[in-house]
Design a protein around this ligand. Sequence first.
Ligand SMILES: C=CC1=C(C)c2cc3[nH]c(cc4nc(cc5[nH]c(cc1n2)c(C)c5CCC(=O)O)C(CCC(=O)O)=C4C)c(C)c3C=C
Ligand SMILES: [Fe+2]
Ligand SMILES: [Fe+2]
Length: 357
Amino acid sequence: MTKQGVLLINLGSPDSPSVPAVRKYLREFLMDGRVLDTPWPIRFGIVHFAILPKRPKASAHAYKSIWTTAGSPLVVTSKNLKGALQARLSIPVELAMRHQSPSVAEAINELHYQGVDELLVIPLFPHYAMSSYESAVVRVREVTARQSPLMKIVVQPPYYNALDYNNALVASAEDYIKRDFDHLLFSFHGIPERHLRKSDTTGCHCLKVKNCCETPSSAHATCYRAQCFQTMKAFVKQAGIPEGKYSIAFQSRLGRDPWLTPYTDKELERLARGGVKKLLVICPAFVSDCLETLEEIGMRGRETFLHSGGTSDTMIPCLNEHPLWIVALENMTKRFMADNVHQSPEERRNSFQPVAI
Ligand SMILES: C=CC1=C(C)c2cc3[nH]c(cc4nc(cc5[nH]c(cc1n2)c(C)c5CCC(=O)O)C(CCC(=O)O)=C4C)c(C)c3C=C
Ligand SMILES: [Fe+2]
Ligand SMILES: [Fe+2]
C-alpha cells in the first residue's frame, strides 16, 4: 500500500539578521553552482573575495528592516502555509528550504519516518529558473536518493500559467486594482541572460530568435522570461487591465553581467519621469513576501519612484496565506493523489489546467 506525502520547498532565509548568519546564508546560496554558474574555483574566489567581505553587512542591515518577532517573513509565511495546507489534507505535508532551515534533509527524514513512499514536491516558485526551481528539485532528488532511495518523487511542473495560481493572484490584488491607479508594474526577480540560454533545451531559441518569448517553442518549458510574460498576460486578461496601463521589469540584479531587462529600478524612474503618479507594483515570482519584496520594492523601490516624481507607490502583497493560494496547492495535491501512477508524464502534464490566453 502506497503512502503519499507532500513537500513544499521555498528558497530560505538566514537564521537571524545578524552579520554572521547572513554571511553563512550567502555563502551557501551563492556557492550553489546553479546560482553562480562558474567553475568551482572561480565561484569560490568570487564568493569569498568579492562578495563575502562586504555584502553580509549591507544585507544584514536590510534583513533587520523586515525581520519580525517570529523570524524571517519568508520562513514564517511558508510555515503558516504548510500548516494551512496540512489542515485540508489527509496526507503528511512537510516544508523545506533550499538553503538553511528547515533543511531538505530534515523534511525528507520526517516524511520517511512517517512511511511516505510517494512524494509530491511543490517548489514554491511558479516559474522555472535554474537558480530557484531547478536547484530546489535537484536538491530534493539528491537528498532523497541518499536518505530514502525507495521514495518515488513526483515534481509539480511550473504553474506560472495555471488557472488556480492566476485566480489566486488576481484575487490577492483585487482590493488594490479596484482603486484609482495610473500604472501596474509587474516586477519579477531577475536572472542573468546567460541562464536563459543555458536553460534552452533546443539550444537555438532563447535570446537567439527575434521576439523569442512571443514565438512558440518547446524551449518555453524551461524559459523563465517566457513564463513571466505568460503570468503577466494571464493576469491582465483576467483582471481587465488595459494595454498601456501595465509593464514588466526584473529586479535584484547582482554583479556586472547582463541580466533580464528592463531593470526594475530604472523602470521605476522611467515611469515616474514619464508622468505616472499612482503606481501599483506586483511581484508574482515570489509567493511569499521576503527581503526582495518588502525591502527592495516596498522600501528602496518606493523611494526611487517618489524621488523621481511619483506621488504614491503601493506594493501588492504576495500570495502569502491567501485562501485561494491554499486552494491552488490543495488542488495540485488532489490531482497527484487522484493517481498519477497510471498516467504517463505527458498525460500528467495535460491534466494540469492552464489559463487560456
Ligand atoms: C523567485 C525566484 C528567485 C530567483 C530566480 C532568484 C535568482 C537569484 N538570486 C540571486 C541572488 C540573491 N537573491 C537573494 C534573495 C532572494 N532571492 C529570492 C528568489 C529568487 N532568486 C528570494 C525569495 C530571496 C529573499 C530571501 C529572504 O530571505 O527573504 C539574495 C540575498 C539577499 C541579498 O543579499 O540581496 C541574493 C544574494 C542570484 C545571483 C540569482 C540568480 C542567478
Ligand atoms: Fe534571489
Ligand atoms: Fe524566450
